[in-house]
Design a protein around this ligand. Sequence first.
Ligand SMILES: NC(=O)c1ccc[n+]([C@@H]2O[C@H](COP(=O)([O-])OP(=O)(O)OC[C@H]3O[C@@H](n4cnc5c(N)ncnc54)[C@H](O)[C@@H]3O)[C@@H](O)[C@H]2O)c1
Length: 289
Amino acid sequence: MKIEDVKNVCVVGAGNMGHQIALQCALSGFKTVSTDVIPAVLEKAEKFVDSYLAGRVQKGKLTEEEAKATRARISFTGDLKEAAKDADVVIEAVLERIDLKRKIFADLDKIAPPNAILATNSSFIVSSRIASATNRPAQVCNLHFFNPALVMKLVEVVQGPHVSDETAKCMMDFCLKINKVPIHIKKEVDGFVLNRIFAVIQREALWMLEMGVASVEDIDKACVYGAGHPMGPFRLNDLTGIDLTYDICMSHFYESGNPADLPSPSVVKLYTQGKYGQKTGEGWYSYKK
Ligand SMILES: NC(=O)c1ccc[n+]([C@@H]2O[C@H](COP(=O)([O-])OP(=O)(O)OC[C@H]3O[C@@H](n4cnc5c(N)ncnc54)[C@H](O)[C@@H]3O)[C@@H](O)[C@H]2O)c1
C-alpha cells in the first residue's frame, strides 16, 4: 500500500482514543468509518463530532463548508463488516487486551481488502503479537497516538521485524497527511519510546506518594513548575485512564510472573472503586463539578 492509494480509513473502537483518531482522519480528508460494539459509545462519539465541528466554526478555525465536508466524510456503525470492507487503513483502538485484539485482527483479515494495512493503537502490545492472527503480517503494525488524539502531534510508527518497509513508509506518510509528527521506531520494545520514559516518571511518582514523601498535588506541581510538563503524572493518569494503567500492569505481571510488575496499591484501590479518572468523574482528582 502506498499513501496515494489510501482513501478510506476505518477506526475500530470509538472510546477515549478511537473517536478522536477517526475525527482527525476525517478532518484531513479521508473517508472514515468509526465502529464500536457499544451503541451508546457510538452515539456519544457522533455527538462529540457534531459539537466539535460546530465549535471550530464558531472559533473561526473551520469554515462552514469545511465542517460540512468533514461531517460528510465520517460515519458511524456498529457493524465491523460494514466499517472495514472498503478500508485501505484500519486503526484498531479497542481495550488493551491481547486476546480481544487478536480476535479483531483475525476478523479484519477476512473483511478488509487484501492490500489494506491493519494498525493497532495499543500502548504496550507490540504488533508481532497480533500480526500472527492474520495472513498479512507484513501489513500489521503499531500506530501509536497520544491522548487527546486531536491535540497531541506525536504518533509512533513501530516497525517490528515482520513489517514491510512499504507498510512503515506508508504509515509515516499517512501520519504527515493527518497533520501529525510521526517517529519511526525500528525495533519492537515494550512501551515504545515515550511511554517507556513516562513509565519511569509514573513509577517514581507512585513510589513517592506511597512512601508519604509528597502529595498527588505536590508531585504534579514539581513536574509542571520544575520540569515544564503540561501536566503532572497523576493528572495525566486521570486523562489516560487508571483502568488502562491497571490493565497494562496486570498483563505485564501475567507474562513475567514478577510481583514488581503488579499495579501499585493506590492504583488497585482506585481501580476497585471504579475511579478511573476523568471518564468516571473521579480518579486522583475529582471532576464532579
Ligand atoms: N487512553 C489513552 O490515553 C491511550 C493513549 C494511547 C493509546 N491508547 C490505546 O488505545 C486503545 C484504546 O484505549 P482507550 O483509552 O480509547 O479505551 P476505551 O476503553 O476508552 O475505548 C475502547 C473502546 O473499544 C470498544 N470495543 C471493545 N471491544 C470492541 C470490539 N470487539 N469492536 C469494536 N469496539 C470494541 C469499547 O466498547 C470501547 O468503547 C488501547 O489499546 C490503549 O492502550 C490509549
